[in-house]
Write a protein of this length. Structure first.
Length: 356
């Protein structure tokens, strides 16, 4: 497993990370705590040493599971968590968004609680969880800088969403010197605003890194959602409209050329190709797929997967510009937002990322 530096923080993350939203919740399948711990241990054994959790996942349960799983192996792990949602005083209603608190007092209490659940005295990366740009005040930035100075945080990030495509927030993360990373949905089918951030980083000469989440476009690019799949109501992916998947299956067929079972350097599945496409961007430090089990870990973290050639990358670009030759509604227009969509529209982006 290759490592990449997060910004210029000196913190190295594995190119493929473990998104720990999958443990501590039942949104991506139900598993016991013991099974969840074993899955984290399998990931570490496979070299997936960047672990990305958040205090709101399972209302602290994910952090507790991660803390148990890395006990005795803390020095092997680049550990990240997120704070900003007040789940202590607000019940969870389905998959709905909770109220956020980003004042100094709340963030301090939340961070200390996270450290306690993780059973550690520091995190390698601390991210603000879905913070609006106007919530990240100079007071908040000063507090984060204090934690970085005292060693309890080694690098800082800004995780975007859940209305995916928060352009102003991502641009602020690139601009503010305190932040080493911006986390966003970014994949072959949902390339904006991730490509915008990559371009902005290049044009500005910023050291900011991108952490890519949902790299498999909610089950399309790893083909875990097929025409025969029945998604249960509790499955997070069921929030996509059926038209999204129907058009997505057509797009998958358009990029079958990325699968390469006979490559001289080794085989490459569609799921692996989706990850390699993201890692073709130097600005992407880590990709955090949603592992469901040990088979996913083994496949997606496998060494020797051939990178995309320039010709393959360029062909994807051409297809993306034509919407992969799919000329019908994907059902997502009513869900597309980015601070009401105005900043995405003002930036002239052709395709807005989706809220789900």
């Amino acid at each position: 497993m290759q490592q990449r530096e997060l910004g210029n923080s000196g913190v190295e993350v594995s190119e493929i990370g473990f998104g720990a939203w999958v443990v501590g919740t039942d949104w991506w399948g139900d598993r016991s705590d013991e099974q969840a711990v074993a899955m984290v241990e399998d990931a570490l054994d496979a070299g997936v040493t960047y672990v990305d959790t958040g205090d709101v996942y399972g209302h602290g349960d994910s952090e507790k599971i991660i803390g148990e799983a890395i006990a005795g192996r803390r020095d092997e792990v680049t550990l990240s968590t997120k704070i900003g949602y007040d789940f202590y005083d607000n019940p969870q209603a389905g998959h709905g968004e909770l109220p956020k608190e980003l004042n100094r007092e709340y963030l301090t209490e939340a961070f200390e609680a996270s450290l306690d659940r993780l059973d550690t005295d520091h995190v390698d990366v601390l991210q603000l969880h879905n913070a609006n740009v106007d919530e990240v005040t100079p007071e908040v930035r000063d507090l984060l800088a204090e934690w970085k100075a005292d060693g309890r945080v080694r690098a800082l990030g800004w995780a975007l969403g859940p209305s995916i495509g928060w352009l102003a927030e991502g641009d602020a993360a690139v601009e503010y010197e305190e932040f080493d990373a911006v986390q966003t949905v970014f994949n072959l089918f949902e390339q904006e605003p991730g490509r915008h951030f990559v371009d902005t980083i290049r044009e500005s000469g910023s050291d900011t890194s991108v952490i890519a989440r949902v790299p498999h476009s909610s089950g399309l690019l790893n083909e875990q959602v097929t025409p025969d799949t029945v998604l249960e109501d509790g499955d997070h992916r069921s929030h996509r409209p059926k038209e999204w998947y129907e058009t997505g299956w057509e797009k998958v067929e358009a990029i079958r050329f990325l699968e390469d079972p006979d490559h001289a350097d080794g085989t490459r599945t569609m799921a692996q190709a989706a990850i390699r496409w993201l890692l073709a961007h130097d600005e992407v430090a880590s990709v955090t797929p949603t592992f469901r089990d040990g088979d996913d870990i083994a496949e997606w973290s496998a060494a020797g997967v051939p990178p995309l050639s320039d010709a393959e990358y360029d062909r994807v670009d051409e297809l993306y510009a034509r919407n992969f030759d799919v000329d019908r509604d994907d059902g997502m227009d009513v869900l597309r937002t980015s601070v009401d969509g105005e900043d995405i529209e003002a930036a002239g982006l052709d395709k807005r990322a989706a809220s789900y």
